[in-house]
Design a protein around this ligand. Structure first.
Ligand SMILES: NC(=O)C1=CN([C@@H]2O[C@H](COP(=O)(O)OP(=O)(O)OC[C@H]3O[C@@H](n4cnc5c(N)ncnc54)[C@H](OP(=O)(O)O)[C@@H]3O)[C@@H](O)[C@H]2O)[C@@H](O)CC1
Ligand SMILES: Nc1ncnc2c1ncn2[C@@H]1O[C@H](COP(=O)(O)OP(=O)(O)O)[C@@H](O)[C@H]1O
Ligand SMILES: [K+]
Length: 471
């Protein structure tokens, strides 16, 4: 599991070691340079690995006015000791004093922007770190970098650390300090792989992390495996009302998702299409008790009164997954959704919040959190990267990400079925969302290509078997 922290948390953790910085000078009373040198040593080690062999190679440093530039300058001084040629470009004409002195003492040089056009093997981006404002890089600098590999110091410059929005330089590797920032997990295309250097910050003391990204091993560890004492009812019965005359396939897709995720039993409670059940002989039409429900996938324009009656009855009875056409404020308002899961994509979430889709896409994590509080329900915001927000909880969960092959009509229906099967086992809505979305993504990663969603769902058990074998 990777955890990410806000800039405020990083700054507070730093302050417990060095004291509060003076508001005028920005200098902390206990700052003896230790943290910066730890950071710079980790950065230099990562650069040496990238350069291998390093001796005789040339590195350019992009140096900004703050401590991010200081890290780059100190790293440059360390690299000099390994016979790396180092040229620093001070973007604003100044740089961290002690770092600059160390680099010059070690035989590094300072160059102007023209000097950056000379060939080099690697660029260290130390313009701005967590003190940076979002913005695109200066054109002259972007041109000077060209195709040269870039190692970003802490965060790619111009990428806002607390944000999900892309901006700034693009890095091939980001070396970060103390803890991941939100942008590392939400902007992998800008950051490249991220390497974490421990510098001794106690981030747990600053409160819960902002974001947690799940990995395959975490999914395996958390999966609700049936025990010897289970039977079909204790494993959980799922009631599914999906599909309509306009979207008949939604029922089949949702059933495929639930069956292949491991429900104890499934009741098909939508407009029954018995021919559908020939393919799924274990699915029953009989009404009876259910431990979880799924409603809304492929409903189309269902009569509001009937939809509302169904949702009221079901949400009063058991945890529900509400998807697609059930995700309308006029249907949701007033329901007790405290143990339920809503599974919107960005367009649906925008409609739920009464905002533009672009607003959700710009800051998806915030939008998911707002919707969780607004509706009092756990939200799984679907898309390329997915966010699970729980009402009243600070930490947003990010399921294992998968390839975009899944981005096709019907994947949402199978995912909703998977989440409903998990809810029926008794796990909470947050875990059901994370496990269901991760299972789909991991399966898509194992089976790249344009596989229709119902066929992908048939592979869920194989993915699960492989995951559990590692547990
Ligand atoms: N915290 C820790 O635990 C540790 C932190 N460490 C390192 O310190 C880094 C943070 O350093 P920092 O606070 O000095 O801020 P930094 O990112 O260098 O930038 C601030 C300067 O840039 C300027 N500026 C910003 N954006 C701009 C723009 N778009 N265009 C132009 N100017 C812009 C900004 O100006 P202002 O916004 O004030 O006008 C200000 O002058 C952190 O990322 C890590 O690398 C490590 O050493 C180890 C321990
Ligand atoms: N870029 C992407 N990369 C990976 N998965 C994606 C991407 N975009 C969407 N998905 C997945 O595709 C599915 C689309 O869901 P949705 O838009 O609700 O489709 P539908 O309602 O037609 O089934 C979701 O399960 C989501 O996780
Ligand atoms: K940087």
């Amino acid at each position: 599991m990777k955890t990410a922290w806000t800039v405020d948390q990083i700054r507070r953790a730093e302050a417990t070691i060095m004291g509060e910085p003076d508001p005028q000078t920005g200098v902390a009373p206990g700052d003896d340079g230790t943290l910066m040198r730890r950071a710079a040593a980790g950065l230099a080690a990562a650069v040496l690995r990238e350069l291998r062999p390093a001796s005789g190679r040339t590195v350019h440093l992009l140096v900004g006015p703050g401590n991010n530039g200081g890290d780059a300058l100190w790293a440059g001084a360390f690299l000099r000791r390994c016979n790396v040629r180092v040229r620093a470009h001070l973007l604003t004409g100044r740089g961290h004093e002690a770092g600059l002195a160390a680099l010059l003492r070690a035989g590094g040089t300072v160059t102007d922007v023209e000097g950056l056009h000379q060939p080099c093997d690697l660029v260290i981006d130390g313009l701005f770190g967590i003190g940076g404002r979002a913005g695109e890089p200066d054109r002259a600098i972007a041109e000077a970098i060209g195709d040269t590999p870039v190692v970003a110091v802490d965060v790619p410059s111009g990428l806002a650390s607390d944000s999900c929005a892309p901006s700034g330089l693009r890095a091939d590797l980001t070396v970060t300090f103390g803890g991941h920032k939100i942008a590392h997990l939400t902007q992998p295309d800008r950051c490249g792989p991220t390497e974490l250097v421990e510098i001794g910050l106690d981030l747990d003391a600053t409160g819960p992390p902002a974001l947690r990204q799940w990995e395959a091993a975490d999914v395996a560890a958390a999966w609700p495996v049936p025990t010897r004492h289970d039977h079909k009812y204790t494993r959980g019965v799922v009631g599914i009302d999906a599909g309509s005359a306009a979207y008949p396939g939604a029922a089949r897709l949702a059933l495929a998702g639930a069956l292949n995720t491991g429900a104890g039993m499934i009741r098909h409670l939508g407009d029954a299409d018995v021919s559908l059940l020939a393919e799924f002989p274990s699915v029953v039409l009989a009404e009876g008790r259910c431990q979880a429900f799924l409603a809304g996938s492929g409903w189309g324009d269902r009569d509001t009164r009937a939809a509302r009656a169904r949702l009221t009855e079901w949400t009063d009875t058991a945890p529900c997954v509400l998807d697609a056409d059930a995700l309308r404020p006029d249907l949701l308002d007033g329901l007790d959704l405290s143990d339920s899961l809503l599974t919107p994509h960005a367009g649906e979430l925008a409609r739920m919040l009464g905002v533009e889709r672009s607003e959700v896409e710009a800051e998806p994590m915030d939008a998911a959190r707002r919707a969780a509080d607004r509706f009092g329900a756990t939200i799984l915001l679907k898309g390329g990267l997915q966010y699970v927000a729980t009402p009243g909880e600070t930490t947003v969960q990010m399921p294992v990400p998968g390839p975009a092959w899944t981005a096709r009509a019907g994947s949402g229906d199978t995912l909703a079925g998977a989440c409903a099967a998990l809810l029926a086992t008794g796990v909470d809505a947050t875990l059901a969302a994370v496990l269901g979305a991760s299972l789909q993504a991991l399966t898509a990663a194992d089976h790249p290509g344009p596989r229709p969603p119902e066929r992908l769902a048939e592979r869920f058990p194989d993915t699960l078997a492989a995951l559990l074998a590692e547990r």
